[in-house]
Each structure stands twice: as C-alpha cells, then as structure tokens.
Write a protein that binds this ligand. Structure first.
Ligand code: MN
Length: 328
C-alpha cells in the first residue's frame, strides 16, 4: 500500500490518559478510493518498537471497480506487512514477485535499499471468493544496521508445511483467543517471517459467539499497541473499538484482554527503536538528502519496473524540503 500524502502524520488528537495507557484516535486517510483508518504515525509518537505505520481498512466493498488499487510505487528503509481479515490482495513487485494473499497469510516485503510494488484487491473466481476487503497494512522501520539490505519478498501461508504458529496454550485464556503471531515473537511462539529487530505482531481472534478473556503475556522490554479491527474489546480496563489505538509503555509483563465473540484485535510491539525516523511519502530514511535522492531515483526509473501491472506508476508529490526539515 502507498500513502498518497507527502507527510502521513496523524493530526493532533485528544489523548485521554488512564494510568499511562494512552488512547489515540485514527484519522481517515484516502488510499486511492479506499478510506483507511490511519492509527500511526502520530505526532506524539512516530513509532512503537519498529512499527512506524498502521493502516486499518474495511470491511469495504471490493467487488467490481471498488477496493484497493495502488499503482507501482517505491519504498526504502522499511518492511511492508500485509495481513487480511477478509478478501484478497494481489502483490507484484520489481523483483518479479506475484502473490495473491488471502486471510491468514502474510505478505512481507523488505524494501531494504529500494523496491517498487503494486497492490490491488481482486475477486477470484474460485469458490473462496469474497467481495469484501478488510485488512491492515503495516510498516516496520528497518534499523540503521539493516536498512540498506537487498530487497526481498516473502509469503507465509497457513498450510501444514508452513503453518504460522497459533498459540492455544491451555490456561492462558479462559475462553479462547486464537492467536496468530505473524511477525516476531509472542511468549514462546515465533513467526517464520524475517525480522530485523526484537518485535511482535499478532492477531487475536475470539470465535463468533464465544467471548474470550485472558492474560496476554508481554515482554517488559517492549512497548506495545493494541487495536480492534472488528468488534470491541477491553484491554487493561480501557474500552476499545475500531479506530482507537491503545499504547502500553515498556515495563509491563502482561495485559488483561477481554472481548465478545467475533472480535479481532491486534497486538504490535517491540523494543523502542531509539532512532529518529524521517518519513516522507513511501520512504523511511534518516536525512532529507536520502529522501531527495530516493525521490530522484524513482523519477529516473531506477527502482525497476513492476512486471505484469497495466497502467502508470505513482508519481511522488513535490518535495518540500523546508517542511521536511521543520523540527517535529
Ligand atoms: Mn506500498
């Protein structure tokens, strides 16, 4: 997914405080015709662990012409994480990858020094067709030591041979959340996806009609956020619905989570990055010079072409160096 905005920061929003648990509210951003809830970055918080961008979209009609249609665009300095609750998205990139993703599968693209990709919601003609699109698009900032690595794309499906771990430890939850760790590690469960910093990304789902409650183990060295994708939940006494982001500071060993049946929520976290990110358009860098160089490189066609895509690539917005340099 691509942000069409030069500066994706969330505008100032009220920050209710509840024992250092901060709740912020998403703003609505447009990704093509698709309205998304943009939960991160925040003016008050640029990253949580290495997570630096959280878009939650849908459920939305993705049949016919509607849905997600993001033409080729470049990335540097990050990993894109595509995870769906419903529907399908077709990924193509400048490495030649072409991958349809379904719910329960992970598309992970490591841009490293540079890659271009396109994403489109499609409605397969197969029996599992679903004309509704619902998912999250997340970015993970690559730390200084890894941000110039070679680009790569990986896909992890819940198939017997490449099963993403589902945590169903007896006694951990009374009323069961199905927990899928798609990035990093939660408790003793690790995703097979490539990670470049200590991190966790997990989906917690309560089956329809089956309320779930339990103690979610956290690593005290991590900061975390929790948000609801569908339904509603209560986390450490804070009520959450879609479009709200709960921040949990470092030092916590657990969060108490309760949700009615049918709720799906996400836990993201990691060791605080400790690096000043400079985010502009689809680039995550450190200096304005790097942003300018990447923008010029994209305009010159140096990221390579996205094979199989019919249509024009995205053009970068005009680079406003003054705004880029403005103290934050
Ligand atoms: Mn993208």
């Amino acid at each position: 997914m691509s942000t069409i905005e030069a500066n994706p920061e969330v505008e100032d929003v009220p920050v209710p405080r509840n024992n250092d648990h901060e709740v912020t509210t998403a703003r609505t951003a447009q990704v093509g015709d698709l309205a998304v809830r943009r939960l991160l970055p925040l003016r008050i918080r640029r990253s949580v662990g290495a997570w630096c961008f959280i878009d939650h979209y849908g459920p939305a009609d993705a049949d016919g012409q509607a849905g997600l249609h993001v033409p080729p665009h470049p990335h540097i300095g990050l990993q894109t994480v595509t995870w769906l609750l419903r529907g399908n998205v077709l990924h193509r990139d400048s490495l030649g990858s072409e991958q349809l993703i379904r719910p329960g599968q992970l598309n992970l693209m490591t841009s490293g020094r540079g890659i271009a990709h396109a994403e489109e919601s499609v409605v397969p003609t197969t029996a599992d067709r679903d004309p509704v699109l619902h998912g999250v698009q997340l970015w993970v900032a690559l730390p200084e030591a890894s941000r110039h690595v070679a680009p790569r794309f990986e896909h992890h499906a819940i198939l017997p041979e490449t099963m993403l771990p589902e945590m169903t430890t007896p006694g951990m939850f009374a009323g069961r959340f199905d927990v899928t760790v798609f990035v990093g590690t939660l408790a003793d469960v690790s995703s097979p996806a490539t990670a470049f910093s200590p991190i966790v990304g997990a989906e917690l789902a309560a089956a329809p009609g089956q309320p779930a409650t339990g103690r979610l183990p956290l690593r005290p060295g991590f900061e975390h956020v929790i948000f609801v994708a569908s339904g509603r939940a209560e986390a450490d006494g804070v009520r959450l619905g879609p479009g709200q982001l709960l921040y949990l500071p470092t030092g916590l060993e657990a969060a108490q989570v309760a949700a009615p049946g049918g709720t799906t929520l996400f836990l993201l976290g990691g060791v605080p990055l400790g690096e000043q990110l400079l985010m502009w358009w689809n680039f995550v860098a450190r200096t304005p010079e790097e942003i300018a160089a990447a923008t010029a490189s994209w305009a010159a066609g140096e990221f390579g072409s996205v094979g199989g895509y019919q249509g024009e690539p995205l053009h970068a917005p005009a680079l406003d160096v003054a705004r880029l340099l403005r103290p934050r």
